[in-house]
Structures are given as structure tokens and as C-alpha cells.
Design a protein around this ligand. Structure first.
Ligand SMILES: Nc1ncnc2c1ncn2[C@@H]1O[C@H](COP(=O)(O)OP(=O)(O)OP(=O)(O)O)[C@@H](O)[C@H]1O
Ligand SMILES: [Mg+2]
Length: 267
């Protein structure tokens, strides 16, 4: 923990140009990051871009999409301009074949493993009469296996909100506390996507995710006259002296930019 006080902590970039520079180079590795925003604020695209760029840099990650199928997500990302042929992309259709997936992860190249609701559902069905809490256990087991057998660096849960619909939490506050403990012990940088209500009254469903998370990144739509921009800001980032100002988020030619007052911030 002492290195938390130094400058040498490992950081994971957001790959939003002009934004990483405002948070000491990126998110401290191992942090649990809540990515919160209303519908269509590019939460999936930003987090996918992080894992994609990490794969280009030789790092392994897992993207779990519970809101849309892996095919639909990959179509979207391909349309956005991410060249998927540049990374070792592994789609996991059947969770029970996680060992096959692990064998496809190459040591020489960064891999992005993507899996979805359908793949997990298959596994739950085969478990016969499993309670809905099994969703969480299946997800935890994949993470444990990938972490143990590969050098898993990042994980995206898209979304935490969808997971709430699937898992019937009897005591959400306690169960969430333990879930965050699990993510923390895993030592994998974790991005939890959180659907914000339209009135933007809270960052997450049960309010406690805010303080259980190490960082909160907020994305929002910002209507100005008839034009709608997107904004991005850091609400909090433990262990980091960061700029909490609101930046305009732009996406051009496959890259995200954080602009300040219509210009790239001076660094
Ligand atoms: N180049 C582009 N190609 C496709 N979509 C784009 C592009 N640029 C911006 N978008 C916008 O990205 C938005 C979808 O992004 P994304 O799916 O990442 O958002 P989200 O916050 O995850 O949405 P949801 O709430 O549906 O999960 C769409 O509203 C689309 O208009
Ligand atoms: Mg999304």
C-alpha cells in the first residue's frame, strides 16, 4: 500500500486523449471504477476502447455484456472504427469451455475475451434448478479461472444494472459489499457500467456503490440549444490528484478525446 503514496503506481489509461493527462496518466491498476451515465452516453464504447487498446499493448481482458449480445456489441464496435483484426479477440459462447478460451490466449499478443448473457444462461440451465444467485457465482468463477491461468488485467461488467435484474439480491447492501470485496481481492482493474436514471439523481442503484468504488467516471448528454454534446468527468479517483472539471467527449476516427472549452486542455 505504501507505493500508493508514490508516483510509481501502475495505471490503466482510459485512452481518452486529454483525459488521462488530467488524472496522473490513468486509473490506478486494481481500482474498481463505476462508469455511470444515462442511456446512449457511450459507456460501452469507452470501456470497450480501454480493453481494445490494452489488448494492442499486450494486456488480457474480459468484457461481459449482459445488455446486448456479443455479436451486436462487436458489430457496433466495428462500425465505430475499431479494427478487431488487430487484436486477439476471443468470443466465449459456452462458459463450460473456459479452458478452450484460456488455451486461445496467446502469450505474445494481448487478448480480449468477450462473453455474454446467452453464454452464461447456457451454463445456468445445465446446473438444473439453480437459484438466480448462481449468475453471480458463474461470473465470479470465470474471473477466478481467467485470473489464475492468464494474466488478466481488466474486466468490464456491462452492466451492473443488468446484473441486478438477473440476480435476486435479498440483502443488496451486504451482498454488494461482498461483491466489491471479491473484485478488490481479484486485483484486476474492474469497470462496472451503471445506468443512471434520466433525472440523474444517483450514480447507481443502491447508492452504496459510490463509496464502495475507488473511482467514478460520469458521462452525460449535454444539450446546448439544439446541439447535443457529450460530457465526461471524474467524480472521484482514489489515490489520484485529478482534475474534476467537466470535459466535452468527442469520438473521431476511432479515438476518444476530452476537450476543454472547445480546445484540447493545456497540459
Ligand atoms: N461513429 C459512431 N458509430 C456508431 N455510433 C456512434 C458513433 N459515434 C457516436 N455514436 C453513438 O454512440 C451511442 C451508443 O454508444 P454506446 O452503446 O457505447 O452507449 P451506451 O452508453 O453504452 O448505451 P446504452 O445505454 O444503450 O448501453 C449511440 O447513441 C450512437 O449514436
Ligand atoms: Mg451500453
Amino acid at each position: 500500500m505504501t507505493e500508493e503514496y508514490g508516483n510509481k503506481i501502475e495505471r490503466v489509461k482510459t485512452y481518452v486523449q486529454g483525459f488521462d493527462e488530467e488524472m496522473g496518466g490513468g486509473i490506478p491498476a486494481g481500482h474498481i471504477v463505476l462508469v455511470s451515465g444515462t442511456a446512449g452516453t457511450m459507456k460501452s464504447s469507452i470501456t470497450f476502447s480501454i480493453l481494445y487498446n490494452e489488448a494492442l499493448n499486450g494486456k488480457n481482458s474480459l468484457y461481459l455484456t449482459l445488455e446486448q449480445s456479443q455479436q451486436s456489441l462487436l458489430n457496433h464496435m466495428s462500425n465505430m472504427g475499431f479494427d478487431l483484426s488487430k487484436i486477439n479477440l476471443i468470443t466465449m459462447d459456452d462458459i463450460s469451455k473456459v479452458h478452450e478460451t484460456i488455451s486461445q490466449i496467446e502469450n505474445s499478443k494481448g487478448s480480449l475475451v468477450i462473453t455474454d448473457l446467452g453464454a452464461i444462461r447456457k451454463q445456468i440451465k445445465s446446473m438444473k434448478d439453480g437459484p438466480s444467485g448462481d449468475w453471480l457465482n458463474v461470473i465470479k468463477n470465470i474471473l477466478i479461472k481467467l485470473k489464475k491461468k492468464t494474466n488478466l488485467k481488466c474486466f468490464v461488467l456491462d452492466s451492473l444494472s443488468a446484473m441486478y435484474v438477473l440476480s435476486d439480491f435479498k440483502d443488496p447492501r451486504t451482498e454488494l459489499f461482498h461483491l466489491f470485496e471479491f473484485f478488490r481481492d481479484l486485483e484486476v482493474t474492474t469497470f462496472l457500467i451503471s445506468e443512471m436514471p434520466l433525472d440523474k439523481s444517483k450514480y447507481s442503484e443502491y447508492d452504496i456503490e459510490d463509496f464502495l468504488s475507488d473511482a467514478i467516471i460520469h458521462v452525460e448528454l449535454a444539450p446546448r440549444m439544439r446541439k447535443v454534446d457529450r460530457n465526461i468527468s471524474v467524480v472521484k479517483m482514489r489515490g489520484t490528484n485529478c482534475n474534476n472539471d467537466i470535459f466535452t467527449l468527442e469520438f473521431k476516427n476511432g479515438k476518444f478525446y476530452a476537450l476543454y472549452g472547445g480546445k484540447t486542455p493545456l497540459v
